[in-house]
Design a protein. Structure first.
Length: 466
């Protein structure tokens, strides 16, 4: 099949289904077909191409794309066309992957359901009355509904993995620093990571290798090249051989608060891994009980600083005050009042509060200490086991509207995914079961920092045995 045919098939399916699913905020048919035509032309001439050339891809709308709108699902950036490409975008363009469009998310990636998008909720293709997870619900739904073979997401507290679990897709957060953040609109810079959203583990590995590796434009980028995850997956696939692997079941993430159907699916997969030869150990990470609280202090603190740049002058929306003098401060206030949604305002207020003089040590300081404890828990258990596993989420996808007015219930979605962000370790979600009422659930695998290959190995085994 030619790249033009493949790209056109995606565009046709998007045209047919996106009005219902709302996974895409922008579709770039012209740009994608131009890229595809170029790949086909080079192929016809026998020119050397990247092995992934010609396969269309979607990009979460908080990753900048030159000349193509990047809104972060916020009114404050409505219509903004970035003047440059993110490093990951540059890499996929260089490899010849046509970018078909930009996908929906919770505003500025704050949320767990994509309901906080200023441009409407994305629906879960498995059950359109349910949310697809968030913040990367658009990328996950697009892949799940076969609108596109794969997509890019960003994960600050679970925004690739949780939507992966809710839509039956594979979602990966690579080791912090493994993929350049240059051109990712910053939410919480010490937690953010870009990663793949795909339909299987092998695709995720191929995509991670393509986008990963050192980038001088990101000061937190690791100096080394992308780890060889594709070869690990190729060697593992189909073997169903888990011998020699030590797998830790995290006690704190596989009991209380997790729904029976999620736990049952999880235990079945753990049993299957044991049968495949893995040594299963129960491990305890007591600090994980405080991860959620620490995250919801650190994350808003960093977000409030990062979002200060949206001042009505530098990017996108500008709203002048309706009365009184037009000063910089008043333009900023009017723009932010009109441009930001409720959840974003909630977090900016939280973040500026925890950073304020007098509260800094009590909140932000304590949260940083918890972060250190979490890192130590990880270090200790990774002395005993190769990977940690848990359900990705406490429940299956919930109905649209169920948690929108209850921030705490919404935040509780992230209990299992957040520790990996706080510690910078790689983590992924791979689908491992479908509930009786036909909804997917996900299995999380976490490895020590820079050990992405062993995480992929276990994920491939899970894919094969479930
Ligand atoms: N649900 C989490 C939050 O709202 C995760 C967000 C993310 O990973 N971008 O903060």
């Amino acid at each position: 099949i030619s790249s033009v045919d493949l790209t056109q098939a995606c565009l046709d399916r998007i045209a047919a289904l996106n009005p219902r699913i709302n996974a895409f905020l922008a579709v770039d048919a012209k740009g994608a077909l131009e890229q595809a035509t170029e790949v086909d032309r080079k192929r016809a001439l026998g020119e050397k191409l990247h092995p992934l050339a010609g396969i269309p891809i979607a990009v979460k709308d908080n990753i900048v794309t030159r000349g193509l709108t990047t809104t972060c699902s916020s009114k404050i950036l409505d219509g903004w066309k970035p003047p440059y490409d993110a490093t990951v975008v540059e890499r996929i363009k260089e490899a010849g992957l046509p970018i078909v469009g930009k996908t929906n998310l919770d505003e500025f990636a704050m949320g767990s359901s994509t309901e906080f998008s200023a441009f409407g909720v994305t629906r879960n293709p498995w059950d359109e009355s349910r949310i697809p997870g968030g913040s990367g619900g658009g990328s996950a739904a697009a892949v799940s509904a076969f609108l596109v073979p794969w997509a890019l997401g960003s994960d600050t507290g679970g925004s690739i993995r949780q939507p992966g679990a809710f839509t039956g897709t594979v979602g990966v957060k690579p080791t912090y620093g493994g993929v350049s953040r240059y051109g990712l609109v910053a939410l919480a810079s010490s937690l953010d990571q870009i990663g793949p959203v795909t339909r299987n583990v092998a695709d995720a590995a191929a995509l991670q290798e393509l986008i990963g590796g050192h980038d001088p434009l990101d000061s937190t980028s690791l100096p080394e090249p992308a780890p060889p995850v594709s070869s690990t997956v190729a060697q593992t696939r189909g073997t169903r051989d888990a011998s020699g692997l030590k797998i830790g079941v995290v006690k704190e993430l596989s009991g209380e608060g997790y729904s029976p159907e999620v736990l049952e699916a999880f235990n079945r997969t753990v049993d299957a891994l044991r049968e495949a030869g893995a040594e299963i150990k129960e491990v305890s990470c007591p600090s994980f009980d405080y991860a959620l609280a620490a995250y919801y202090l650190i994350m808003p603190a960093e977000a409030s600083s990062n979002l200060a740049r949206f001042d009505g002058m530098r990017y996108g929306l500008r709203v002048d005050p309706t009365e009184g003098p037009v000063t910089a401060e008043r333009v900023m206030a009017a723009t932010r009042e009109a441009g930001f949604g409720d959840e974003v305002k909630r977090r900016i207020i939280l973040g500026t509060h925890v950073l304020s003089a007098g509260y800094y040590d009590a909140y932000y300081g304590s949260a940083q200490k918890v972060r250190t404890l979490i890192q130590r828990d990880f270090e200790r258990v990774f002395g005993e086991v190769d990977v940690l596993v848990s359900p990705t989420t406490p429940t299956k996808a919930f109905p649209i509207g169920e948690r929108i007015d209850d921030p705490l219930a919404m935040y509780l979605n992230d209990t299992a995914t957040i520790p990996a962000n706080l510690a910078g370790t790689p983590a992924l979600s791979v689908p491992n079961a479908v509930t009786e009422d036909g909804l997917p659930v996900g299995f999380q695998v976490v490895a020590a920092a820079k050990n992405d290959p062993v995480m992929y190995k276990v994920a491939q085994l899970v894919e094969d045995v479930s």
